[in-house]
Design a protein around this ligand. Structure first.
Ligand code: A2P
Length: 269
């Protein structure tokens, strides 16, 4: 794996930026966060993803990554899984501050404010690294302007996997600058785990179906008149959660056809 900036710049494919890693935090054996420099000209919408890559055996290898930092951020942040034999993440998990990585120039994605019609309440349903696009959107002023209430749900196997989101929400609530541009009192963070003891347990799908999510939050069940949704997780989680939103009467939207909910796979392997 080629990680020296000067080597990568000499070998980088066209349409690719070479950026420098500025921070790496490992949360568990399965999850880590990293940040890197942002190209001055690079623009994206909060919630979008890009292709991140490494040069392995002389060839670039990319995987899609949601940008976890907001559109106004100075650096780019990512939240990644570590798969022991994953083609990219088995190498990416070893990156250090000062290493260089590749990023394709064009961002894209459906988990953006533009893909939803206005509403009262925005649900952001996430499992595992699926919280990444929402880490961007809960730091985006537009999200708070568009909705009266933001409900971020994050379900993981273990309690330690919730830490990235818990720390982020705490930072939003405690940071003076963020409190001024966002409206943290509108943000609610609902965490649950499925394979350990914890005050809130169970899959988000079960919590929606049983109504426990709504009674825990003290709000009415899903209603297309008021509620909008974004979903990010595994293929199975997307399918099951989408079915529940459709059952409640919400319609799926897209960038060119805004509607009541949008979905996107939590990428990377
Ligand atoms: P579970 O522990 O019951 O499998 P993963 O890391 O495998 O993507 O899982 C992240 C979280 O998503 C876990 O808490 C997992 O629960 C949950 N999950 C897995 N499949 C589904 C599904 N089809 N619907 C809702 N939640 C799911």
């Amino acid at each position: 794996v080629m990680t020296r900036p000067e080597d990568l710049i000499a070998h980088a494919p066209a349409n690719t930026y070479v950026q420098t890693v500025t921070e790496v935090t490992h949360y568990t054996e399965r999850l880590f966060r990293f940040r890197m420099t942002r190209p001055a000209e690079f623009r994206f919408r909060s919630g979008e993803f890009v292709m991140i890559g490494l040069m392995i055996d002389g060839k670039p290898l990319y995987r899609a990554y949601s940008i976890a930092s907001p559109a106004w951020g100075e650096e780019l942040e990512f939240f990644s899984i570590k798969v022991p034999d994953g083609p990219l993440t088995s190498h990416l998990q070893n990156i250090k501050v000062g290493d260089a990585i590749l990023m394709k120039k064009k961002p894209t994605g459906t988990l953006v404010n533009d893909a939803l019609i206005p509403g009262k309440r925005l649900y952001m349903f996430s499992t595992g690294t699926g919280i990444a696009p929402f880490a961007s959107l809960i730091r985006e002023p537009e999200t708070y302007e568009k909705f009266d209430e933001l409900i971020l749900t994050h379900t993981c196997r273990e309690v330690a996997e919730l830490k990235y989101g818990v720390d982020l929400v705490e930072e939003i609530r405690n940071d003076e600058m963020l409190c001024e541009v966002l409206a943290p009192s509108k943000l609610r963070h609902y965490t649950s785990v499925t394979r350990e003891n914890y005050p809130f347990q169970g899959r988000i799908t079960d919590l929606i179906e049983s109504g426990k999510l709504f009674s825990d939050l003290g709000i009415p069940p899903l209603d297309p008149a008021t509620d909008r949704g974004m979903i990010c997780g595994s293929m199975a989680m997307l399918k099951d959660t989408k079915a529940l939103l459709e059952k409640a009467g919400l319609t799926e939207g897209a960038n060119n056809r805004p509607a009541e909910f949008v979905i996107e796979r939590a990428f990377a392997e």
